[in-house]
Ligand binder design. Structure first.
Ligand code: C2E
Ligand code: MG
Ligand code: MG
Length: 742
């Protein structure tokens, strides 16, 4: 491919050559035209003039002789005749010279004329003129003159023909010249157009190149041009700016190239590399270098980018990816990575999964903000605690209220003491927003490699242990395979539950609620039982959470309602004054058809709603207190009695409690269990009973197993008692009254 300038040069040389050739051809043709013209002017025209003079001389000679004949005045005329003869003698020799002797018999005719004239002169000069002879000679003279005239006419003709041929040749030459000039002009026009086109293209290219040349100048990123030895040949303003900026922090910095750049450059040259990308840090700045090595030009272009901010952002992102925003502790992803790293080293270690008991009740009652703050404080406290131990312990926040502690086996020989210490670290309340929160921790422990060999199994098993501990509350549990088996057994539960409804595997047991004073049965709680195909009775504690999760609770709950309402109607028909309590689950309560289905069932069963008490757990109500109040009001309007189940665990605020349209508070078993030994529980239960009285509500304590518990409850004014002490949940026939009295 020829370059533009080569093309233009070729055009110029071609035009020049054509011009030279044309000039040569024109000069040749011009010379020829000149020669022809010159020949015409210098040769042919004089010849013609000579012939003309010769003819005139001949004519004059003939005229003089006639005059001589008529006058016979020899004295005057004869000299003139002789003069004429001399003249045309002279002309004849000139003609002979000019025509190179090709004048045929003209000299003979001329001598004949001369001889005739001399004969005539002799005759006329005589005394007796022979006039006949004279006339004969004159006639001969005229004839000879005529012959000479003919020859001269022929010579004239010849010259004219030659001149005409010369004119034709000249015309041809001129035509050729004109043609050549036209062709050359066309050629020049074409060449000019060609040169013009390429010149324009070149101008455009040059303009583009000029614009391109400004590219490095105006580029906001630093650009360098180095020679093959690594010396800077060119640097753009952006480079200078960045250099000045970085020099601010490091004044002795002379250039923005890494220290060992020259050596590296040599290596790249040796390895014939052309494109190289790398990053380096100069002062506090992260720079990205993009090199383009140009061996043909023996130079190197360097494009530098200040990526400090990007690096910072990346580090920030990396930090965020591996840390929890609330506590600043490493997060679950980091935890998994750390587990994998530890497993690679194959050194035994413990994982302690820690969760805050009933944390979701805190968030549902106090809001997520408080929840976050509590998590934040909890994280700090855990970190401080671990820091004080001066052991190599790593603390993580995995999710929600779950934290994890990792420690090498070699660091701890008594894990039980450590767990007790961790739980003890939460004895002091956490102060958030002027409120004090007493938190209990449940801990599930898992040991590598004993309880799991992979990160995944350690996490699964650790969580299984934690779940177990959480269910008990304020406790800890180490992983064992049975535990896992129990968790696994949930799967068949879900499958079995789907069939249980159609196969009528559910039934209701009833547990009496007795009047604390008279111990007479005043009511009963309907508690669902699932008798599986093998006849084994499965506890609702096992399957209700599964039913909740899968949504099956809606159908199961509906069945309980239908069955419960029918039983309430039977109590009514049998004139048994028993108020029947039915448990309502969270999902059931929030279901959009809950109220209509309840109404329909009520109408269908013909039961008295005032003889039916709906038990709703406190935590459920508090999840969305305002909405719950709305529904509870509608339930009240329908005529149902309402009780708050498991009261004391859901962090109800007093302001809300006043708004709940309820009849009964049901004290949670957790407070009743250690009632005889635990003064705190005594105080709590007493406070609940007092509060209920204050709000004009009835109280019932559940899980009452001992007489001590019963007496305490009766003494503080608790209205009703429910528990194994009086009745275990059983079929409706076993609801005997009064069961026992103390
Ligand atoms: P809950 O409503 O608090 O029921 C009281 C639980 O305490 C029952 O357990 C009952 O058997 C048990 N209990 C009663 N007296 C004593 C005692 O003296 N000592 C001890 N240790 N336990 C006692 P159950 O029947 O296993 O039911 C557990 C939970 O399952 C119930 O707690 C309730 O939340 C749920 N549940 C039971 N039936 C239904 C139902 O039909 N629908 C719904 N949604 N939930 C139900
Ligand atoms: Mg209940
Ligand atoms: Mg309860």
């Amino acid at each position: 491919m020829l370059t533009l300038s080569t093309r233009i040069w070729i055009s110029f040389v071609t035009v020049l050559t054509a011009g030279v050739i044309l000039s040569y051809v024109i000069s040749l043709s011009g010379k020829q035209v000149g020669d022809t013209t010159r020949h015409l002017v210098t040769v042919q025209l004089p010849k013609l003039a000579l012939i003309k003079s010769f003819r005139a001389s001949l004519t004059e000679h003939e005229r003089l002789l006639y005059e001589y004949y008529s006058t016979t005045n020899r004295q005057i005329i004869w000299p003139k005749v002789l003069k004429q003869e001399q003249e045309f003698q002279k002309y004849l020799s000139s003609i002979s010279e000019s025509f190179a002797g090709d004048i045929m018999y003209l000299p003979r005719l001329q001598s004949e004329i001369t001889s005739i004239s001399h004969t005539l002169d002799k005759n006329l000069a005589m005394q007796s003129v022979d006039w006949d002879q004279a006339r004969l000679e004159l006639a001969k003279l005229t004839e000879t003159g005529q012959q000479a005239e003919n020859i001269l006419f022929m010579l004239t003709q010849k010259i004219q023909n030659e001149a005409q041929q010369g004119a034709i040749d000249t015309q041809l030459q001129i035509d050729n010249i004109i043609r050549l000039v036209i062709i050359f002009t066309a050629f020049i026009i074409l060449a000019a157009m060609f040169v013009g086109f390429y010149t324009q293209a070149n101008i455009r290219k040059t303009a583009k190149r000029r614009a391109l040349a400004k590219f490095p100048e105006r580029n906001p990123n630093p650009i360098l041009n180095l020679n093959w030895q690594g010396e800077i040949l060119f640097s753009n303003p952006a480079y200078e700016d960045l250099l000045i900026k970085i020099q601010g922090g490091k004044p002795n910095l002379s250039q923005l190239l890494p220290n060992d750049f020259i050596n590296k450059l040599r290596n790249w040259q040796r390895e014939h590399k052309t494109i190289i990308n790398f990053e380096d840090k100069i002062a506090q700045y992260h720079l990205h270098y993009s090199l383009s090595l140009l061996p043909d030009l023996e130079s190197c272009h360097v494009y530098i980018e200040d990526i400090t901010e990007r690096k910072k952002a990346q580090e920030q992102l990396k930090y965020q990816a591996f840390h929890d925003i609330h506590t600043g502790l490493p997060n679950r992803r980091k935890f998994e990575n750390t587990l994998n790293e530890k497993i690679e080293f194959n050194r035994p270690f413990y994982t302690l999964f820690i969760s805050i008991d009933r944390f979701k009740f805190i968030t549902s009652s106090q809001g997520y903000d408080i929840g976050d703050r509590i998590i934040e404080h909890m994280g700090k406290r855990l970190q401080t605690f671990c820091g004080n131990l001066q052991k190599h312990i790593q603390t993580f926040r995995l999710e929600g209220e779950i934290f994890c502690i990792l420690l090498d086996e070699s660091e701890e020989n008594n894990i039980t003491d450590l767990i007790a210490a961790i739980q003890g670290s939460m004895d002091a309340p956490l102060s958030v927003d002027k409120h004090r929160y007493y938190l209990n921790l449940s801990i599930g422990t898992c040991h590598y490699p004993h309880d799991g060999q992979t990160a995944r199994s350690l996490i699964t098993n650790g969580n299984a242990a934690l779940n177990y501990a959480t269910r008990v509350g304020d406790s800890w549990h180490t992983y064992n395979p049975d535990l896992h088996a129990a968790e696994q057994s949930w799967l068949p539960i879900e499958e079995g539950l789907r069939n249980a409804l159609t196969h009528h595997q559910f039934l209701l047991h009833y547990q009496a609620k007795v009047d604390a004073g008279s111990t007479k049965v005043k009511g009963a709680e309907a508690l669902i039982r699932w008798v599986a195909e093998d006849g084994k009775m499965i506890s609702p504690g096992m399957f209700i959470p599964v039913a909740e999760q899968t949504g099956l609770i809606i159908k199961i709950g509906q069945w309980v309602i239908e069955e419960g309402f029918s039983q309430a109607k039977r109590f009514l028909d049998n004139k048994q004054d028993i108020q029947l309590a039915i448990n309502i689950s969270a999902r059931q309560f929030q279901h959009r058809h809950f109220l209509t289905q309840l109404q329909e069932t009520l109408e269908k069963s013909q039961a008295d709603p005032s003889k039916i008490e709906l038990e709703i757990t406190e935590s459920l109500i508090m999840e969305n207190a305002d909405h719950s109040i709305e529904i509870m009001k509608k339930l009240k309007n329908m005529g149902f009695a309402l009780a708050i189940d498991d009261f004391g665990t859901g962090y109800s605020s007093l302001s809300y409690l006043k708004q709940f349209p309820i009849d009964t508070l049901k004290v949670d078993q957790a407070f009743v269990r250690h009632l005889e030994s635990d003064n705190d529980d005594k105080n709590i239960v007493r406070a609940i009973v007092d509060l209920a009285k204050h709000l004009d509500l009835k109280t019932i304590a559940e899980g009452v197993e001992t007489q001590g518990q019963y007496h305490f409850l009766k003494d503080i004014g608790c209205d009703y008692i429910q528990g194994f002490l009086f009745s275990k949940p059983d079929s409706v026939d076993k609801l005997i009254k009064p069961i026992r009295s103390f």
